[in-house]
Design a protein around this ligand. Structure first.
Ligand SMILES: [Zn+2]
Length: 453
């Protein structure tokens, strides 16, 4: 029995020992598990912290590079602008022939490199009657030296070469019972400077404007010294004699001035091109032939002397008329009129603007390659869009009016491309649309710019 007792005790002892060992192991596992959680948690935290820190660092660095890149680009563009100015100056000195060629190359390069949108025409002739003087085109010294003046009865002066036509105009008016006179003709650069300064000072005093703001406002009414066409002797301000009716005089001038070679230079419809406030009493001599064409075609001097500007503005007018006329809507079923789709709208307006294009079939798929062969350049950057550019992306195209505004044919009244009713039922099928810069850059990816052949 002693042995048996011993055995029982041994077995119980062993069992207790096993239980104890298991318990101890569990406690040890628990402790190590706990420790592991603490340690691994700490390392995870550390890792996250490091990742966050480097991520932040990367953001700063990667954000910085485009900034540096932009700064370099700006400096580059500025230097390039100076270089082209120098080229133009050089070309001017070298003579008319080179001037045209270089100016054109310069303009094309500038157009392809920068977003400077110059709407003012670049003259392609040397005709004195068509000289362009505006905020972008100062009057050249040699031109001023060559002017010969004639003096009118009231001591105002004009270029002697326009005297006969001016007298013709005044006599013609008298015959129709309209009595008018030239209140301001030729101005010297000094006189122009004084006039400009007087207006600026007046605005600064009466409207509490800064000098810069006042100058910007006055420049929409008259030019600084050397930048106003009164200094050519070809511009005149016409007013009625005291007892005469202003409206009657303006109406008569509207119908008759062109017959004597004069045009109303700053109209409401031309404002987007001239940049000048409408001025119904300011007339400009351009010669009878040019005046007749400008009157008939309703175009500005800028367009008359610059075929590229003339074409793009004509395209814009065409598209505007179609957009505002609800008898034209969107539908691919009758895309060559009376309805249009995005590319046929661009196509028909290029045709009506007399731009020689070979673009068949006229779809967005072959638009870039077709137009590139016909005097257009492609620019892969929507932020450089200028008025008169054609905007394009994979499946869509439109015409740019400047100021983030486009004309587009977008879809029929059901938002689809086929089987709609003829005409514009929503007013949005073909419409003038204004975007934010961000939305415009998402809508279109590139620009086709007409630079001529
Ligand atoms: Zn004037």
């Amino acid at each position: 029995m002693k042995n048996e007792d011993f055995n029982w005790i041994t077995i119980i002892g062993i069992l207790i020992a096993i239980v104890l060992v298991v318990l101890i192991f569990r406690v040890i596992f628990f402790i190590f598990g706990f420790l592991w959680k603490i340690i691994s948690g700490f390392f995870m935290l550390l890792w996250k912290g490091i990742a966050l820190f480097f991520g932040f660092l990367w953001k700063i660095i990667s954000g910085f590079f485009p900034f540096i890149f932009n700064v370099i680009k700006w400096i580059g563009l500025f230097l390039w602008g100076l270089f082209v100015k120098f080229l133009k100056w050089l070309a001017h000195a070298a003579g008319e022939g080179i001037k045209l060629g270089l100016a054109k190359i310069g303009a094309a390069i500038i157009a392809s490199l920068t977003s400077m949108c110059s709407v003012s025409g670049t003259p392609v002739t040397n005709d004195w009657r068509l000289v362009l003087v505006d905020i972008d085109h100062p009057l050249q010294e040699e031109y001023v030296e060559s002017i010969e003046l004639a003096t009118l009865e009231n001591n105002e002066q004009v270029d002697a070469r326009i005297l006969d036509d001016l007298n013709g105009l005044l006599e013609d008016a008298v015959e129709d019972g309209v009595d008018l006179y030239v209140s301001s003709g030729f101005r010297t650069s000094e006189k122009q400077a004084a006039l400009f300064e007087r207006k600026v000072t007046m605005l600064m005093n009466t409207k509490d404007m800064t000098r810069q703001a006042a100058e910007e406002q006055v420049e929409k009414i008259l030019g600084k010294a050397s930048y106003d066409e009164h200094e050519t002797g070809l511009a005149i301000d016409i007013v009625p004699q005291a007892e005469q009716d202003m409206q009657a005089m303006l109406a008569w001038l509207q119908d008759n001035a062109w017959k004597h070679g004069f045009i109303q230079r700053y109209t409401e419809w031309g404002q987007v091109i001239t940049g000048m406030e409408p001025n119904p009493t300011h007339f400009r001599y351009v010669g009878k032939e040019a005046a007749k064409e400008m009157q008939n075609e309703q175009i500005t001097l800028e367009e008359y002397i610059d075929p590229v500007l003339r074409a793009t503005e004509k395209m814009i007018r065409c598209a505007t008329e179609i957009a505002l006329d609800d008898s034209h809507g969107y539908d691919q079923g009758e895309r060559d009129g009376p309805d249009y789709d995005c590319s046929s709208l661009v196509y028909v307006c290029l045709k009506r603007a007399h731009v020689e294009i070979q673009w068949e079939p006229h779809t967005t798929h072959n638009e870039i390659e077709s137009l590139e062969k016909c005097g257009f350049i492609y620019i892969d950057d929507i932020s450089q869009a200028c008025r008169g550019d054609i905007l394009i992306t994979d499946e869509h195209t439109g015409i740019y009016l400047g100021d983030l505004t486009t004309i587009e044919a977008s879809g029929n009244e059901n938002g689809k491309s086929h089987y709609g009713k003829t005409g514009d039922q929503t007013g949005k099928e073909i419409a003038i649309v204004t975007y934010t810069a961000d939305k415009l850059s998402k809508r279109f990816s590139g620009i086709l710019r007409y630079v001529g052949k």
